[in-house]
Ligand binder design. Structure first.
Ligand code: FDA
Length: 311
C-alpha cells in the first residue's frame, strides 16, 4: 500500500519540488547515485571495477518530451562510452550502459518508436566500437510491448542488445520463453513500476514465484541471463538452478543496484561469480530515488528524517 502511494505521489509536481529542493536530499541521493556528470560516473565505475565488479551505467532521466532532448540523451551516452573506452573500462563489456527507451524518445507522441530506435542504434554503434554492450531498461507496463519490439528489431543489427523482464507482470513467463534464444541477454528483475491488477501480480509471493519460473526458463535456455535482485532467497535459488542447468560462472551474471547490499555484491564477486552493479548518474535523480524509497519503508523513514533534519 505504502509502495503504491509513494509511486503515485511521485507524479505530483508539488512533491517533486519539495523533495528536490530539500537541503539534505542530496546526501541521501548520494547513496544511490554516482554523481552529477559523466566524469564522476566514470570514476565511480573505475572504483567498482577495481574491486572485481562489473558495471552498467545509467544516465538518469525518463519520459523525454522533445525529440532534440532525446537526441541529446543519445549524445550523452555516446560520449560516456567514449570516456569509458578511453579509460580502458569498456572493453569486454566490463562497463556497459543501460538505457531507458522513454529517455531517448519512445514516449514522444509523433514518431516515438522511430526516434527511440534511431537513438538506441547510435548508442549501440558507439558501444560496439568500444567493445561493450547496451541493455534497454524496462519501464511502465504500457511501454513493455514497444520496448520488446525495439529489442527484436534492433537485435538484427546488434545481437548483443540486452533487455529487461519484470517478473511482476503476468505476461513475463511467456516473454522469457520467447527471449530464451542463443546470444540473448535478458536481465530479470521483480519490477519497480505500478501496474493494474489485470497486468501484474499483486502479492509479493506471486511476484517471487513468477521470478523463479522466469529464472528457470532463462537459465535452462541458450541465452545469457542477468539475475537482477537483492533478495537473498532468489539469489540462492538462482545459484542452485544455474548448477542444475550446468552453467559455469561466466555464462550468467548477478546484478544489483549501486548502494544496495554492497557487502553481498562483494561476496558474490569474491566467490567467482560475475556481479554487475547498476550505476546511475546525472541530475535528474528524482523518479529513480522515489522507486528506491518505495522498495523499502525503512529507506523512506531515513529519508524523511534527513529532510527535516536541522543539522
Ligand atoms: P526486494 O524488493 O524484495 O528486496 C530484497 C532485499 O533487498 C530487501 O529485503 C532489502 O534487504 C534489499 N533492498 C531492496 N531494495 C532496496 C532498497 N531500495 N534499499 C535498500 N535495500 C533494498 N526495475 C524495473 O522495473 N525495470 C528495470 O529496468 C530495472 N532494472 C534493474 C536493474 C538492476 C541491476 C536491479 C538490481 C534492479 C532493477 N530494477 C528494475 C528494480 C527491480 O525491479 C526491483 O524494484 C528492485 O531490485 C528491488 O527488488 P529486489 O528483487 O531486490 O527484491
Amino acid at each position: 500500500m505504502l509502495r503504491r502511494l509513494l509511486l503515485a505521489a511521485s507524479g505530483s509536481d508539488r512533491v517533486r519540488r519539495l523533495v528536490t529542493s530539500a537541503p539534505y536530499a542530496r546526501g541521501v541521493v548520494g547513496r544511490y547515485v554516482a554523481g552529477d556528470d559523466a566524469a564522476e560516473a566514470v570514476e565511480a565505475a573505475r572504483q567498482l571495477l577495481r574491486r572485481g565488479l562489473l558495471v552498467s551505467l545509467d544516465y538518469l532521466g525518463e519520459d523525454t518530451a522533445d525529440p532534440e532532448l532525446a537526441a541529446a540523451v543519445a549524445g550523452e551516452y555516446s560520449q560516456l562510452i567514449s570516456r569509458l573506452a578511453a579509460a580502458g573500462l569498456a572493453a569486454g563489456g566490463r562497463a556497459e550502459v543501460s538505457v531507458k527507451p522513454t529517455a531517448v524518445g519512445l514516449g514522444l507522441p509523433d514518431h516515438g518508436y522511430k526516434t527511440a530506435a534511431e537513438n538506441i542504434s547510435r548508442i549501440c554503434v558507439a558501444a560496439r566500437e568500444a567493445g561493450t554492450t547496451v541493455t534497454l531498461d524496462m519501464e511502465d507496463h504500457q511501454h513493455v510491448e514497444a520496448t520488446l519490439r525495439l529489442v527484436a528489431d534492433l537485435r538484427r543489427e546488434f545481437p548483443d542488445l540486452g533487455c529487461v523482464i519484470q517478473s511482476g507482470l503476468r505476461r513475463s513467463a511467456s516473454d522469457c520463453a520467447e527471449l530464451a534464444q542463443p546470444g540473448s541477454r535478458v536481465r530479470l528483475c521483480k519490477g519497480a513500476y505500478r501496474a493494474p491488477d489485470s497486468a501484474a501480480f499483486t502479492a509479493r509471493g506471486e511476484v517471487d514465484r513468477s521470478y523463479v519460473r522466469c529464472l528457470r526458463t532463462l537459465l535452462r535456455g541458450p541465452g545469457y541471463p542477468m539475475v537482477a535482485t537483492h533478495d537473498p532467497r532468489l539469489i540462492s535459488i538462482a545459484a542452485a538452478q544455474a548448477g542444475l542447468a550446468g552453467r559455469g560462472a561466466d555464462s550468467f551474471e548477478y546484478q544489483m543496484l549501486y548502494g544496495i547490499r554492497p557487502a553481498e555484491q562483494q561476496r558474490l564477486a569474491a566467490g567467482g561469480a560475475a556481479m554487475r552493479v547498476y550505476l546511475p548518474y546525472g541530475r535528474d535523480w528524482y523518479s529513480y530515488l522515489v522507486r528506491r524509497l518505495a522498495e523499502r519503508p525503512a529507506n523512506l523513514a531515513f529519508f524523511l528524517r534527513s529532510l527535516t533534519s536541522t543539522r
